[in-house]
Design a protein around this ligand. Sequence first.
Ligand SMILES: C[S@@+](CC[C@H](N)C(=O)[O-])C[C@H]1O[C@@H](n2cnc3c(N)ncnc32)[C@H](O)[C@@H]1O
Length: 339
Amino acid sequence: MSGKKLYLVTVSAGFEVEAKREIQRLVPYADVCSLFFKGNLLVECPPSADLISAVKKNETKYIGRVFPVEKAVKISKNKESLKQIYDEVLSLDKLREGETFVVRCRRRGRHNFTSQDVERELGALLEKTSGAVVDLKNPLKVVTVQIFQDQAFIGVSRADEILRKEIKIFKKYERGERPLTRAEHKIKEAIKAFKLEIKRDFRVLDVGAAPGGWTRVLASLADNVVAVDPADLDPSVKTLPNVVHLKCKAEEIPSDMGDFDLIVNDMNLDPAESARIMVDLAKFLKRNSSAVMTVKFVTRNRKKHVAQALEILKAEYRDFKVKRLPHNRYETTIFMRKA
Ligand SMILES: C[S@@+](CC[C@H](N)C(=O)[O-])C[C@H]1O[C@@H](n2cnc3c(N)ncnc32)[C@H](O)[C@@H]1O
């Protein structure tokens, strides 16, 4: 990593821009980039700079944890690719016989393995190869594995070197002013950007609806909204007289649901999977009626995700418009009409 120092920094979600400024105030030549998962930044500092001591010494508002990263590894979603992570940790050769350690893994994205798999397997492997001993309560060293979809960041530090600071600012709104979710802005922006006409007598199908930001906006415009999500809706949305909550997956919607005038989809799924579900749901959408879907950037390869989703959606939809809306920092939005 070219002598530069790499850190993973957890920051106040929704305040990544402010956190970036805060980091660059502490280390002026730091390169800060987003990891496409809210509240996580990757920071590259010049070799002479030490982000951890700078954060320790100074007052900060947005920074939570800072992990030094020693290796960055590309992985796939399959369990077999864990071997790459394990090999990199072994090559760091940071544990000594008799020392105590713990493996802490945090995984974001979709994989065929769990964080516990990594902690268990890597812990056992390191015990066997180094003679160090796992101590979950009071370890001398911490092996950190932070996974963001297809990227894994690895570090081995003394437990007392991992920096944990109190985030001071984590709300953009005063009490009572806060929208149910930032998503509420997204649907308002989509309605405006795509000139979506939502008539009072519309039946709207909202899939991936919880906690209900979109549902609330849609229910203020149309007489009948069916919100589909296995997760709970916020009580203030669930009790709206024109909202029906189907507590199931979009794939499980009963076939006798009747026709809809608009389908919206904000499911946090891999875009190709989400697009396939939209193709199945087309049977519920009236001809020429509109649909809106967010494409989540589950990896950095944004263009690929949009292209794949469009290719799948073509089976049932046409008139595509693709827009990155102001509240779409980690996604883009597709408008389409049923063919
Ligand atoms: C980003 S949140 C949606 C936020 C929502 N639009 C709002 O305004 O509150 C994504 C939601 O998709 C839901 N989800 C994921 N997979 C799903 C599926 N197969 N069927 C239905 N909902 C799903 C999750 O449970 C989660 O609540």
